[in-house]
Design a protein around this ligand. Structure first.
Ligand SMILES: C[C@@]1(CC(=O)O)C2=NC(=C\c3[nH]c(c(CCC(=O)O)c3CC(=O)O)Cc3[nH]c(c(CC(=O)O)c3CCC(=O)O)/C=C3\N/C(=C\2)[C@@H](CCC(=O)O)[C@]3(C)CC(=O)O)/[C@H]1CCC(=O)O
Ligand SMILES: NC(=O)c1ccc[n+]([C@@H]2O[C@H](COP(=O)([O-])OP(=O)(O)OC[C@H]3O[C@@H](n4cnc5c(N)ncnc54)[C@H](O)[C@@H]3O)[C@@H](O)[C@H]2O)c1
Length: 199
């Protein structure tokens, strides 16, 4: 059987959580850039002896605390999710082991065997969000798919979501009847797609 992606995507309320990034170089900045692009209200701390200029700017504009220090296990206290990005493989492995011992989710950036989860390519259009994973096999593909969907999904997809949300509130009846009605009014989306496919 061909390989398939068994990862389970979830959509985290990052403002309710505490995320720690260890290291403040290029990789940390890339991860922080995409994290804050998707979740501008994310609650983040970064511990590193040095921070890149772009990281300091991102921190000023978001809920990001910069801690100027080398990694120590004490910084894991209160953290739910940890991303290790230092240029010292031994430090990254130490962070990984400390996190496993404390049941915290850990991602050693760019190092799949040391990841409990992967960062994904993310497309946001209003209330709609799509997360893309290649199972860790090709980050470049995740990036290209993200760019493709950012281009082709119309901004007004959010209007459709809001309209359907309002329409649902006007419906009477039990849950089953509502589901049936919601499916009925959105049926044409599939029909349109089928028609387009046949052209
Ligand atoms: C999606 C994205 C999200 C983000 O970073 O937030 C992300 N990587 C992105 C870009 C990117 N990263 C790299 C390149 C250069 C191309 C290349 O070298 O192949 C590019 C492309 C570019 O920059 O053009 C380097 C790289 N990355 C990983 C490895 C190791 C390996 O592949 O084995 C190496 C080689 C390091 C080395 O040389 O040693 C591994 C991971 N990178 C992941 C996520 C996870 C898997 C996601 C998935 O399932 O697809 C995973 C497994 C772990 C993780 O880091 O979470 C973000 C695009 C965001 C966007 O544009 O929207
Ligand atoms: N930059 C890339 O695109 C890229 C691609 C593939 C792999 N990598 C690898 O990823 C790693 C990180 O790359 P980078 O470009 O971000 O490196 P970098 O040198 O820009 O950043 C490393 C950061 O880790 C910090 N650091 C060092 N020791 C620390 C400690 N004990 N505690 C906390 N922070 C500490 C440094 O102060 C620095 O901010 C490297 O091993 C690199 O080989 C990087």
């Amino acid at each position: 059987m061909t390989e398939r992606n068994n990862l389970y995507p979830i959509f985290l309320k990052t403002s309710n959580l505490h995320i720690l990034i260890v290291g403040g170089g290029n990789v940390a900045e890339e991860k922080l850039t995409f994290l804050t692009k998707s979740s501008p209200d994310a609650n983040v701390a970064i511990v590193s002896p040095e921070f890149a200029k772009g990281t300091v700017e991102l921190a000023e504009n978001h809920n990001v605390q910069l801690i100027t220090d080398v990694y120590d296990k004490k910084y894991l206290t209160g953290m739910h999710i940890v991303i290790a990005t230092t240029d010292k493989p031994a430090v990254n492995v130490q962070v990984y082991e400390d996190c496993r011992a404390m049941d915290k989710l850990i991602n050693v950036a760019d190092n799949p065997p040391y990841c409990d989860f992967y960062m994904g390519g993310i497309v946001t259009k209003g209330n709609v969000k799509i997360a893309i994973s290649t199972n860790g096999k090709s980050p470049t593909t995740a990036k290209r798919l993200r760019q493709f969907f950012e281009e082709v999904i119309p901004e007004d997809i959010n209007q459709m979501v809001l309209n359907l949300n309002s329409y649902r509130k006007t419906l009477k009846g039990n849950f089953g009847q509502k589901v049936e009605k919601m499916n009925e009014v959105t049926q044409m989306l599939l029909t349109t797609k089928a028609k387009m496919g046949n052209e």
